[in-house]
Design a protein around this ligand. Sequence first.
Ligand code: PLP
Ligand code: SF4
Length: 423
Amino acid sequence: MGTVSGTGLSTLVLDRTGDRRLAEDVRVVAQVLPFKVNSYVTEELIDWSRGSDDPIFRLVFPHRDMLPRDDFESIRQALENGSRDEVAGIVGTIRERLNPHPSDQLTRNIPQTTDFDPWGLQHKYRETLLIFPRHGQTCHSYCGYCFRWAQFVQQPELRQETSGAAAMTRYLQDHPEITDVLLTGGDPLVMRTALLERYLRPFLDGVLPHVTTIRLGTKALSFWPYRFLDGPEADTLLELLARLVRDGRHVALMLHVSHPRELETDAARQAIRRLYDTGAVLRSQAPLVRHVNDDASTWSRMWSAQVRLGIVPYYLFVERDTGASRYFGVPLVRGWQIYRDAIAGLSGLGRTARGPVMSAAPGKVVVDGPVELDRRPAFALRFLQARRPELVGRPFFAAFDPHVQWWDELKPYGPSDRPFFAE
Ligand SMILES: *Cc1c(COP(=O)(O)O)cnc(C)c1O
Ligand code: SF4
């Protein structure tokens, strides 16, 4: 697999489009935000005839509007006239302003223990443990909107990764209330199967009977379906998943699918079939992002294709408040409209996706829609998951605002809604 990153992206764009200005934009923005794209994405997913309007191009390539105009200009000028140090200085300042750790990810959810390295485990909701394997903190290509972007730029203090499977097992042994584990990243499927097996083996050894569900969060189906097709690496991975299933675990692949085209290649189709045959459950999730999938027909085509292929639609996320969120973000009310229009045309089996969902500091909040209450318009909201379990599943309201894009900007509608916003 060939991958291209940094200034190589600019050369590739010039080569494929002949558009000098587009290539220059790519070079400037790639200084700040981490981009990497592999040959599968450039050769089989992107439709180059559509140039920079192509949704997959927009998903993985830098675009000038991702940075505020002033920042863009200062980097462009420093690249032209400045020293390397000067460019690095400007880049550092801009990155700091891009909210590298939304929802206090690094400080809030780290398990409180002293006898092993807690980095790389995140225990936010009672029944679920998130695991970030050290070698899975990268991806086959990078999404421009990624909220984990801070982990990809080379700043070690921003990296969140685990010391290994032993820490995971110890923690799970001490926490019988945990029924679900979720291996995530980055993408845990960038790891070789032998490494991944260290994290999955403990569930076959009978030492963790309380963990009934194992989820793997991945975008490998979209970015590198050969992970499930090529040689012994793929075969042993599929065998491992099948063994977990035979052992009585619920194994779920949480497939990050942003656009229906990702499901259309021969490689993706074969990969889905092979995964399906392991007995694992395939579920899909993705954020709603401008320029990539911000219309109802894209989602309804995607969800109906998924149902046909054996994938269960799970979450439609709201793009978080980090990185290039001004570029990719969609107002909540518009996100809700897109979700509603998308499910309206599907049968019940296509309506299993919940959305639009904000994975915010206090929990996962779904926007049920705008409503007219007695005096003012409001958003009807609900926690699907919450740090405080007593809040889950109860309708509550926020003052309506057509421009709001994220949880932090919402205000309680009335006094009875305040507890839902209290930290
Ligand atoms: C989404 C999420 C989970 C899983 O929640 P489900 O409702 O079970 O899908 C667990 N931990 C964190 C931190 C999450 O964001
Ligand atoms: S696949 Fe996920 S973790 Fe990887 S770049 Fe995309 S959004 Fe980020």
